[in-house]
Design a protein around this ligand. Structure first.
Ligand SMILES: [Zn+2]
Length: 330
């Protein structure tokens, strides 16, 4: 795993690039507006002149600086009001020439707060997504809805059902995509993707993660195995407290292959319960894939975990059925 310091450094230099891009965009907008409207051009020129003359005046007569700056401010406000009108008149938004930021909270500096300097939510999110993209989200870029290939699923009826496997998986894919497109924080609605191996559960989970990530939310994708390993290290005080925090605090936590993790006494069940329950109480969503049936789930862990995962008021449950496509492919 990449170190958090390196990833933070990377995220900060991405913000630096963003600030440079913002300045370019401001310049481009100004040129566009000036091109469109001579009135805008004239007002910008007047505003600039006023600004420099005010500065010169203030330097020349420091005793009058206060008066000069008050006058200047008044005049500046008048010019800005005219400018807003002129922008509107040529079909541009009133605030078209305001500073451009991607994040209004920190103005793309990555930090907020006075006097206590804190990481902005956008920087935290960027760090988290970089950290987990480097590891948990391996191949995630390849696994997205656009890359979903229905042709690998046999177009023959599933035993005992009307639908073919392809028709069936397409329905699930559609629902998953709708979920990812309407995902929002504070709702705590999750997905449980269950069924045997090789039916596309992990692929679709990654598609959801990728889409939610693209929409600007923080996403942690982690295998159940890795999750328990992290919890074990954390419990023994080795490290992992930040990862545990991420798993609790991210907008969407995706746990892959629940049931494949080692059963460590005093760790596995209680960690899973803790994470699932904490997130539920905070209305934070989870997506889980598992090969386990509800009964197996209850037998493996404890009924409180099963009850939460199969709670249809919070979870959409999709059962994957059909033939193992990895086997048929080979
Ligand atoms: Zn920010």
């Amino acid at each position: 795993m990449l170190s958090r310091e390196n990833v933070t450094r990377e995220a900060l230099s991405a913000l630096e690039a963003q600030r440079a891009a913002n300045l370019m965009e401001e310049k481009r907008r100004r040129e566009e507006a000036e091109e469109k409207s001579p009135a805008v051009r004239e007002l910008i020129a007047r505003r600039q002149k006023l600004f420099f003359s005010g500065m010169r005046g203030a330097f020349a007569s420091p005793d009058k600086a206060k008066e000069i700056s008050a006058n200047m401010q008044q005049e500046m406000e008048r010019l800005n009001a005219e400018l807003r009108k002129a922008l509107n008149a040529c079909g541009l938004a009133q605030d078209y020439l305001q500073p451009v930021y991607r994040c209004r909270e920190c103005r793309d500096t990555g930090y907020v707060g006075e006097p206590v300097h804190e990481m902005c939510a956008c920087l935290k999110r960027a760090v988290m997504n970089r950290l987990y993209q480097s590891e948990g989200l391996q191949g995630l870029e390849r696994e997205n809805f656009a890359a979903f290939d229905e042709s690998i699923f046999p177009d023959i009826p599933i035993e005992g059902r009307k639908s073919t496997q392809r028709g069936y998986i397409n329905k699930i894919r559609k629902r998953c995509e709708e979920y990812a497109d309407s995902f929002d924080t504070g709702e705590g609605k999750g997905l449980l993707l269950c069924g045997k191996s090789g039916l596309g559960k992990t692929f679709l989970m990654n598609c959801v993660a990728q889409r939610v990530l693209e929409r600007g939310f923080s996403v942690v994708v982690i295998s159940a195995y890795k999750l328990i390993e992290t919890m074990r290290r954390f419990q023994f005080g080795e490290d992992g407290s930040e990862q545990v925090q991420d798993m609790l605090a991210c907008d969407l936590l995706c746990i892959d292959d629940l049931g494949s993790e080692p059963m460590l006494r005093g760790i596995t069940v209680s960690s899973l319960y803790h994470i699932i329950n904490e997130r539920r109480n905070a209305n934070r969503a989870i997506v889980v894939t598992t090969n386990l049936s509800p009964e197996q789930l209850d037998n493996t862990y404890d009924q409180r975990i099963g009850a939460r995962l199969y709670d249809t008021s919070r979870m959409q449950i999709f059962e994957f059925i059909g033939e193992d496509v990895r086997r048929t492919k080979r």
